[in-house]
Design a protein around this ligand. Structure first.
Ligand code: ADP
Ligand code: ASP
Ligand code: MG
Length: 440
């Protein structure tokens, strides 16, 4: 069986939902994972923030505007009057729940319950739409099988067992529809797989059922060789290895949630990235094959903080780095890049929630400098560190102030830290030289 995931834009309008229906309606059994309609999760985040800030009127206004939008979509999507009414009833119940939330005390659990409404609504609507179109479909409630453990990793044993039970207990169908993104935590409370997490849901399910393939359908024809939001003339990459895709996703290629390929890499289950608006386009295949050496793509990750730890005592002092790392470990803050010299070590983090406490502890034995608003620009490709063009990086970027460089940590990745205001210039310069046949 295949698992197909459709993102926010793919279910964001009646026209796109009709495209999705045409793509999945090929007579083969499949599991379809859906995101919330595009924009919905952002609005739900806004509503949760309003509740937190006690801005009750604003929260109620946003809930009412979103409800109206859904009513309009349902009227366009569901012309069958019975399905139209039952869907409106379900959606109204979700919006009544949101109104109740406005008067509850804010908590992280409440926020997660609010965020879960988007996927609950899109899947219910789409399931009714398929029934209207005469397609045999069943809903698989994600909260009945999707669970994360204490360190927020998927609990595969639980997921496998529960998903198999759910599949046996729902009415037999050709298309099984489930919610991306949402899950339970170890306490049985509603949680999620972080923003963009529906991709991750798809590969977790793919691994759990040992799927033949996982397809991620989105609004672009696969992984491009640079970030199309900032660079002109980017091109789709037809093949990537799991390792290359994992690096690109981790270092900011928004098309994939950072953890997407991890569940399927070990079993070698292929992941294909496809465009819902252009199903004939080839897209990107992610497999265990290393197709060719060379520089494949560039990605960038923002909101990075660089910390320089300088200590006269570092010189020849074994155990210094251990002391540094233990502080980051205490605050559950992971380090992305690291470079060392004889007197200082520089490292980067993207989660700065505990920055002040970390800096305070480091200051007990070192001089600390913090630079916020940094971006990691990452070049990815098989054996990229040995590629002839990689040697010219400093020449290509001679006008850019490079704060750190990481070369050789993995042979598939070279990372450069720059100030975020230099990010677009850096991406474009690298693009021109690496992919547009500009010679130096
Ligand atoms: P979905 O809602 O379907 O999950 P996303 O918005 O999460 O879609 O991901 C698709 C978007 O990712 C594209 O529209 C594009 O703007 C952005 N993107 C960023 N980097 C890349 C890249 N290297 N290749 C393709 N798309 C990228
Ligand atoms: N709806 C969620 C989000 O917007 C999950 C997803 O779309 O993948 O982050
Ligand atoms: Mg996404």
């Amino acid at each position: 069986m295949k698992v197909l995931k459709f993102g926010g834009t793919s279910v964001g309008s009646v026209e796109n939902m009709t495209n999705v229906k045409n793509i999945i309606n090929d007579g083969k059994k499949k599991i379809v994972v859906l995101s919330a309609m595009s924009g919905t999760t952002n609005i739900l985040v806004g509503i949760a923030n309003d509740i937190k800030a006690n801005a009750i009127d604003k929260a109620l206004e946003d809930i009412s505007a979103l409800h109206e939008k859904y009513i309009n979509v349902i009227d366009e999507l569901l012309i069958d009057s019975e399905l139209n009414v039952s869907t409106k009833n379900y959606i109204s119940a979700r919006f009544n729940f949101l109104i109740e939330c406005v008067y509850k005390p804010f908590s992280a659990i409440l926020e997660n319950e609010i965020l879960a409404q988007g996927e609950l609504m899109s899947t219910f609507m789409f399931n009714c739409f398929l029934q209207q179109e005469g397609i045999k479909s069943s809903l698989l409630p994600a909260l009945d099988f999707m669970k994360i453990d204490a360190i927020k990793e998927p609990d595969f044993e639980y997921i496998k067992e529960k998903l198999s039970n759910v599949l046996q207990n729902v009415p037999e169908a050709d298309i099984y529809i489930t919610q991306g993104f949402i899950c339970l935590n170890t306490n049985g409370e509603v949680s999620n797989l972080q923003r963009g997490g529906s991709d991750y849901t798809a590969t977790i399910i793919g691994a759990a059922i040992k799927a033949e393939e996982v397809q991620i359908w989105t609004d672009i024809d696969g992984m491009h060789n640079n970030d199309p939001r900032f660079v002109e003339g980017t091109k789709p990459i037809s093949d990537l290895s799991f390792d290359e895709a994992a690096e690109l996703a981790y270092f900011g290629a928004k098309i994939l949630h950072p953890q997407t390929v991890l569940p399927v890499r070990e079993d070698g289950i292929p992941v294909r990235l496809k465009n819902t608006m252009d199903p004939a386009a080839k897209g990107t295949s992610i497999t265990s094959n290393h197709v060719e050496n060379g520089i494949k793509a560039i990605a960038a990750k923002d909101n990075i903080t660089a910390i320089k730890i300088k200590s006269g005592r570092m010189l020849q002092a074994h155990g210094f780095l251990k002391k540094v790392f233990e502080i980051f470990e205490t605050y559950e803050t992971s380090i992305d890049m690291i470079t060392t010299s004889e007197v200082a070590v520089s490292l980067t983090i993207d989660d700065d929630r505990n920055l002040e406490k970390i800096v305070h502890e480091l200051e007990a034995f070192a001089k600390i400098e913090v630079d916020k608003n940094q971006s990691i620009v990452c070049l990815v490709g098989h054996s990229i560190v040995n590629h002839e063009k990689s040697y010219k990086l400093f020449k290509i970027l001679k006008d850019v102030k490079i704060r750190m460089i990481s070369y050789g940590g993995s042979k598939n990745n070279i990372s450069i830290l720059v100030d975020s205001k230099d990010k677009i210039n850096t991406l474009q310069k690298l693009n021109n030289y690496l992919f547009e046949l500009v010679t130096l």
